[in-house]
Design a protein around this ligand. Structure first.
Ligand SMILES: [Zn+2]
Length: 490
């Protein structure tokens, strides 16, 4: 039996394929099979990438939150060799393998910095060359592909549903073997037969194949890897909006030509981040690297900010908006800490204010689930959690204790919803607290500080506050006495 939090499966997903919101019905009840396109590891990630990957992490975590058994596969494109790629190897003075290794590590480091969990499998394309070759061979056997001088191509005219995802219309002229694209990325206007296997030019890295030395085209890797790990039809396939055409259109063509079955039931695409009015992108030299943004704003604040805009809306990166969120995040940390500390308090009677607090938590829980069920509306979900935090903090301006059950219920919701939104950063940064020994020591220091303040010895009392801040413990003075939030535990 599934333990769905809302008691029923009510998740609606906007499907790029049908261009409508649909009720999520997994192939196998209780299981969700997800494939997301991973990074082409030829450079550092920027905040535009961060939005997409943080969103996927939130989707996976929400599916788990409502009780799904999730299997998530996300490839690592470690074979892409375009001009930019070759330029970078000479720029950095390193080999192709060194470049790939460098940026693969950087990719996982950035993901971890943002609290993104590992997928169940992160297959490297270079480890699946044999499967890719077999896939291409089958497409040749079925007559969907043909060999040309510079590679093996997929014949889009042979696949009657070509264009069903992106709406691209192929002209009769372009459907023939006379029109081909050997590029991995191209515009809708260039829709034509696309490359499955590229024959290598001198000095390019290559693998052996029945068609000579070469390497796979970009699109074939995702079809091959998704099918190997998730089966012929998967539940959810996701990527950025730039993937809709040609990448995902071509994935559908190859996969469905091979199996005759739908490749993915739900297609989800996250929209771009804009900076100074233009799309954040490496090629346009308009970007902020994840590492720089994390150093400047902190990972938890950055991640929270990225979730404040619904994934199907374009996001304009605005520092003022990030800074405005700072106090809200501090409020959330304080609320999480308060709810946690109350677990150790003695039983108390539940007064009207505490009943109101419980009511607010129940409403936040419902708002959170309804928002996420409504096509992953993280914007509303984030607000629900932050508003509850404000309520908790206000409650403790008057009250010193809450009942253990209230504290436990609050803790449970804040931790569960917090983990969906912040991922691993919830434990690491938002709810980080001290061990019992350190807690006792801090309490003792705060007691001394209170005495010092009463005696007007402000130099010393401020010194204690500053020293604690150096250790990541922020002290706040409230009408009911001092409180502290531990920023991180190392
Ligand atoms: Zn892909």
């Amino acid at each position: 039996m599934l333990a769905f939090v809302s008691g029923k499966n009510s998740l609606m997903i906007y499907n790029t394929l049908s261009k409508a919101k649909e009720l999520f019905k997994p192939i196998e009840p209780g299981k969700a099979k997800i494939y997301t396109c991973g990074l082409t590891v030829n450079d550092y990630m920027h905040v535009g990438h961060a939005r997409t990957y943080v969103f996927w992490d939130t989707v996976v975590r929400y599916l788990k939150y409502v009780g799904y058994n999730v299997f998530h596969v996300s490839n690592v494109t470690d074979v892409s060799v375009d001009e930019r790629f070759m330029e970078r190897t000479s720029e950095l003075g390193i080999s192709y393998q060194q470049l790939i290794e460098k940026f693969t590590w950087a990719y996982f480091k950035d993901r971890e910095a943002l609290g993104i969990s590992r997928a169940d499998v992160h297959p490297l394309v270079t480890q699946h060359i044999q499967e890719i070759i077999e896939f291409v061979e089958k497409l040749l056997e079925k007559g969907y592909a043909y060999e040309a001088q510079d590679g093996v191509y997929f014949s889009i005219g042979r696949f009657k549903d070509y264009g069903k995802l992106s709406g691209v219309v192929i002209s009769a002229l372009k459907a023939g073997a006379s029109e081909r694209v050997d590029l991995d990325e191209y515009d809708k206007a260039e829709a034509a037969d696309f490359v499955l296997w590229k024959k290598a030019l001198p000095d390019e890295p290559y693998w052996f194949s029945p068609w000579g030395k070469g390497r796979p085209g970009w699109h074939i890797e995702c079809s091959t890897i998704a099918m190997k790990y998730l089966g012929q039809t998967i539940d959810i396939h996701g990527g950025g909006e730039e993937h809709i055409f040609p990448h995902h259109e071509n994935e559908i063509a190859q996969s469905e030509a091979l199996t005759g079955k739908p490749f993915a039931n739900y297609w989800i695409h996250a929209r771009h981040v804009f900076l100074n009015g233009k799309r954040m992108s490496k090629s346009k030299k308009n970007y902020i690297l994840i590492e720089d943004a994390v150093n400047k704003y902190g990972a938890a604040l950055l991640r929270l900010y990225l979730l404040t805009v619904h994934y199907r809306k374009r996001m304009n990166f605005d520092e003022q908006d990030i800074l405005r969120l700072q106090t809200k995040l501090a409020g959330l940390k304080s609320a999480v800490h308060l709810a946690k500390s109350q677990l150790f308090q003695e039983e108390a009677d539940m007064n009207t204010d505490e009943k109101k607090l419980l009511g607010a938590m129940q409403r936040a829980k419902e708002t959170f689930a309804n928002a996420m069920d409504n096509d992953f509306n993280t914007s509303i979900a984030v607000n629900a959690v932050l508003s509850l935090a404000t309520h908790v903090n206000q409650h403790f301006l008057k009250a010193r204790y809450i009942k253990k059950e209230t504290a436990e219920a609050l803790n449970r919701f804040l931790a569960n919803a917090g983990t969906v939104l912040f991922g691993d950063l919830f434990e690491r940064e938002v709810s980080a607290s001290l061990d019992r020994g350190s807690q006792g020591l801090v309490d003792f220091l705060l007691l001394i500080r209170e005495r010092l303040r009463k005696n007007g010895e402000y130099d010393l009392s401020d010194g204690i506050r500053k020293k604690l801040a150096e250790f990541g413990i922020e002290v706040q003075d409230t009408p009911t006495g001092p409180r502290y939030v531990a920023k991180s535990v190392h």
